[in-house]
Every structure is written in structure tokens, then in C-alpha cells.
Design a protein around this ligand. Structure first.
Ligand SMILES: [Zn+2]
Length: 249
């Protein structure tokens, strides 16, 4: 780390838990962020600002006017631009030391498996269950930790799934039934700061897992009721007969 980087990250290096060694780990880390919307924007911005060295942003959508209320990496002049590209431009301006890769397509099949295997950690910031299940499956298969977030209305959820730990559940353990769960903020509405809160919690959990500090939300689901401003956390047991991570899979 040169003097400029030491100064840029000085307020993190000051933290005894992180120290220069933890910052070096962040600089070496590769993170895949699936979705550059309400959760992906703040999560990616905090990870870039904090100095996570390599960020890959995957999103097949383009910026629309109705996104700007919460998707804070995109600006008014980005309307019509691919979200992955718009996010990458914001991140590079925020911290030119971070290598940012924009994938302006939906990650599926072998391409998804390859991107997950090439990352140290994956953030699921998507808005649909098909993607969530596919990303979870790829993380279980490649043994990569997954930080999963969701926000709708005034509510938020965050959980960490770490297949490297034998007692960790996976996303599929939490939602065994794939049908009837689809809820999107495009139909239900969402209050802007709740996406920022959830995306920021995802970024913090990613930093903790990458640096190996603190107690991540592994096997726990953190639930926010923003209207009452109350948080609670429930333990998530692993489902031994889970079709994705169970013994028979
Ligand atoms: Zn499972």
C-alpha cells in the first residue's frame, strides 16, 4: 500500500479489528454483485469506497426514470444506459484504485458458475426468485459465501450463507418452496432509504466475511421493519433434505 492508499483507507486501518492486514485482504478481494438496483447500488458504492479491490457488477437492465428514487449509483443523465455500466462509472469515479467490471447481461448457466467461482464472495442484490435460486445454487456448488438482501415496502432482510461452514444453511433452506413467492418492488413499492439500509448491511457483512472479522450473519436472518423501526434476528437452521445443499444433492 502506498502513502495515498494508506491515507485513503486510514479510518479503516485505525480499527484494531481490521488493521492494515484486513485492509490488504479487502484490496486483494474479488466480489461479484448480482443486480445494480436499489440494493446493488449502495452495496457496490460502499465496497468500492472501502477499497474492495475487484468488483464485478452484473445487470441486464437499463436505467429508467422510476429507478432514480432509490438506485443511487445512477444519475438522471444515465437514463437509457445499461445499469451495470452506469454503476461501474460511478464506482470508478468514487475510487479509481478499484478494478470494476460491468456485465450488461443476465448471468445464467455456465457464465454464472464461472463468475461465482472466480469471486471470493457474492452479493445477491437481485429482485427475482429465479435469479436468487440460481445464484444460491452456484455459490453452494463453488463453495462461495453469499450475502443475500431483499427490500420491499418498508421492510428489509439480510442473511449470509456460507457453504464453507458445515452447519450453514443455504438460501434454498430458507425458502424451500420456489412458487408463489415472487414479490417485486416494481409492483409493491419500496421506500428509498430501506434499500440503502439493506445494501449497506450487505456491504458490511461482505467486508466482515472477506476480512475474517466479527460475527457475520451466517445462519441468521436479520429483519427490518422500517415503519416501526424495529429489527429482529432469527436463526436459520440448515435443512438436511434441502434440494440444493442437502446430503442427497
Ligand atoms: Zn440448503
Amino acid at each position: 500500500m502506498n502513502d495515498e492508499l494508506l491515507l485513503r483507507y486510514s479510518r479503516q486501518i485505525l480499527l484494531p479489528q481490521l488493521d492494515i492486514w484486513g485492509q490488504e485482504k479487502l484490496i486483494q478481494a474479488r466480489v461479484l454483485i448480482v443486480g445494480a438496483g436499489g440494493l446493488g447500488c449502495p452495496a457496490a458504492m460502499y465496497l468500492a469506497a472501502a477499497g474492495v479491490g475487484h468488483l464485478t457488477i452484473a445487470d441486464d437492465d437499463t436505467v429508467e426514470l422510476s429507478n432514480l428514487q432509490r438506485q443511487i449509483a445512477h444519475h438522471t443523465e444515465d437514463i437509457g444506459r445499461p445499469k451495470a455500466e452506469s454503476t461501474a462509472a460511478t464506482l470508478s469515479a468514487l475510487n479509481p484504485n478499484v478494478k470494476v467490471e460491468a456485465l450488461c447481461r443476465r448471468l445464467e448457466g455456465e457464465a454464472l458458475a464461472a463468475q461465482v467461482a472466480g469471486a471470493d464472495l457474492v452479493l445477491d442484490c437481485s429482485d427475482n426468485f429465479a435469479t436468487r435460486f440460481a445464484v444460491n445454487r452456484a455459490c453452494v456448488q463453488a463453495g462461495r459465501p453469499l450475502v443475500s438482501g431483499a427490500a420491499i415496502r418498508f421492510e428489509g432482510q439480510v442473511a449470509v450463507f456460507d457453504p464453507r461452514q458445515p452447519d450453514s444453511p443455504c438460501y434454498h433452506c430458507l425458502y424451500p418452496d420456489q412458487g408463489e413467492l415472487e414479490e417485486r418492488c416494481s409492483r409493491n413499492g419500496v421506500i428509498a432509504p430501506v434499500t440503502g439500509i439493506v445494501g449497506s448491511v450487505q456491504a458490511l457483512e461482505a467486508i466482515k466475511v472477506l476480512a475474517g472479522i466479527g460475527r457475520p450473519l451466517t445462519g441468521r436472518l436479520l429483519i427490518l421493519d422500517g415503519l416501526q423501526m424495529s429489527w429482529h434476528c432469527v436463526n436459520l437452521p440448515r435443512n438436511p433434505s434441502c434440494p440444493t445443499c442437502g446430503a442427497s444433492s
